[in-house]
Design a protein around this ligand. Structure first.
Ligand SMILES: Cc1cc2nc3c(=O)[nH]c(=O)nc-3n(C[C@H](O)[C@H](O)[C@H](O)COP(=O)(O)OP(=O)(O)OC[C@H]3O[C@@H](n4cnc5c(N)ncnc54)[C@H](O)[C@@H]3O)c2cc1C
Length: 442
């Protein structure tokens, strides 16, 4: 069996490692246009902020390691075209310029995503950077060294993490977003109010409810960011306004969402036989709304890549869908969320109710006890749990993994009230915070 994999970061590496393990006779060829594999982008802000000192720790695989498994990794090779009927590919060796054809029995698409670059006046100016891969992280570090004023455009997870990292490095940081709140897709206002306060307390300037209309520069280098509400000095700008799937090669050839995310079934099969896909190039089945959505996360990528391998010969292991569970640390605040916020549930047209509690995470008789706020969002009629959020100075983020399991299994708020959780005064109260929230709701 000849297996060709296009793209080798998280989804690709997971697919290759597991295919090599499961099918000893498989001949695996990997095409990757970059010159490194398996870079953990989640480490970029930590690297920029100096928490991670050695960037090599942000890689967990290499062409040599894949070779040991029997996979041939062709680095700096870009796949230019794919004929899904003839099962052939056109590949370019980016070092020599040579193009050649290859063929496959099974094709695995793990071409991932790329940051959205808006068509805004001045976007071509120097020092307007993206944040996705190893090169970006090195360029950001190099260019930020002498920068005084840094503007981050986009207050999602990546933008917020970078804003904190730059501020920690002593820079004047402005975080711009067109929404009126940071992290507005992941958290409701009760949580973003506290997170915004934390950023402001440390001197990060928030420029919310405003859209960038142009970048201005001198001698080809960015100097200012102009929004519909103000002008901000900038020696460096990082664009973090989202991602789009890297799937132009397959446009019109495979079923996709309107944004180009490939739709796969529960066995990671695309609409074409023998063609599988995983990771940021794909849509995922989003359990809270029971539909496909575009939620690019490393968690989805490694899961889907692993499942491709298991289902390559015959449908064997089903994908259970996702809740888009995520976490972030903003200075001292540990925050996590799963499923839908109340706000996003409205966006999807769901009628919801919610419960918000504030409580100490462990008994007040203990020498220390921190407050936590926790919210659960559920469907009004069915009582099905749709989402949950937590914030505290102690790390209670794992509770959102528990809530994720509840959503995945279609549990109701009534059931959550009486789920068995352990109690031990070091860690929690006789009623776990998730129990308490649910008890308050029913
Ligand atoms: C700054 C940052 C922080 C993040 N933090 C987190 C986090 O904390 N938690 C989390 O879960 N997720 C996080 N993510 C998201 C996570 O990094 C992505 O979901 C993950 O990288 C997706 O992996 P992938 O393999 O599907 O795609 P990608 O990482 O996009 O890799 C695709 C690969 O395909 C190659 N490729 C594409 N087209 C071709 C072609 N035609 N020929 C050859 N090669 C090709 C590309 O060069 C690339 O190496 C973060 C992302 C960023 C940018």
């Amino acid at each position: 069996m000849k297996v060709v994999v296009i793209g080798c970061t998280h989804a690709g590496t997971a697919a290759i490692v597991n295919t090599a393990k499961l099918y000893k006779d498989a001949k695996i060829t990997v095409y990757e246009r970059n010159d490194n594999i398996s870079f953990l982008s989640c480490g970029i802000a930590l690297y920029v902020g100096g928490v991670v000192k050695d960037p090599l720790g942000l890689f967990y695989s290499s062409p040599e390691k894949l070779k040991e498994l029997g996979a041939e990794t062709k680095m700096k090779h870009e796949v230019l075209d794919v004929d899904l009927d003839k099962k052939t590919l056109k590949v370019k060796n980016l070092e020599t310029g040579e193009t050649f054809e290859d063929n496959y029995d099974k094709l695995i698409i793990t071409t991932g995503s790329w940051p959205i670059v808006p068509k805004i006046e001045g976007i071509e100016l120097e020092n307007i950077l993206l944040s996705k891969n190893f090169y970006h992280s090195n360029t950001i570090i190099e260019k930020s060294r002498d920068a005084k004023n840094i503007v981050v455009v986009g207050a999602g997870y990546i933008g917020v993490e970078l804003a904190e990292a730059f501020e920690t490095n002593g820079k004047n940081v402005t975080l711009i977003d067109s929404q009126d709140r940071i992290l507005s897709k992941y958290l409701d206002k009760e949580f973003t109010d506290l997170a915004e306060e934390e950023l402001k307390k440390h001197g990060v300037r928030l420029a919310l409810s405003q859209s960038v209309i142009r970048f201005e520069g001198e001698n080809g280098r960015v100097e200012r960011v102009v929004t519909d509400k103000g002008t901000y000095d900038a020696d460096l700008v990082i664009l973090c306004i989202g991602f789009r799937p890297n799937t132009d090669l397959f446009k019109g050839k495979l079923n996709m969402l309107p944004n180009g995310a490939i739709i796969v079934d529960e066995y990671m099969r695309t609409s074409k036989e023998d063609v599988f896909a995983a990771g940021d190039s794909c849509a995922v089945f989003y359990n809270p709304i029971k539909k496909h959505e575009y939620i690019p996360l490393a968690t989805n990528a490694v899961r889907m890549g692993t499942l491709v391998a298991r289902n390559l010969i015959k449908p064997t292991t089903r994908y259970l869908g996702t809740q888009g569970t995520s976490g972030i640390k903003i200075y001292d605040l540990n925050i996590a969320a799963t499923g839908l916020t109340e706000n996003m549930a409205k966006y999807y047209g769901l009628e919801t109710e919610s419960v918000l509690i504030e409580d100490s995470y462990r008994p007040e008789f203990m020498p220390t006890h921190e407050k936590a706020i926790l919210k659960v969002v559920y469907e009004k009629t069915s009582k099905r749990i749709l989402g949950s959020q937590i914030l505290s100075k102690v790390d209670l983020t794992q509770m959102m993994n528990t809530a994720s399991v509840c959503i995945q299994n279609d549990m109701t708020i009534d059931e959550l009230a009486f789920v068995d959780f352990f109690f031990q005064p070091h860690f929690n109260k006789p009623w776990n915070l998730l129990n308490i929230a649910a008890l308050n709701a029913i």
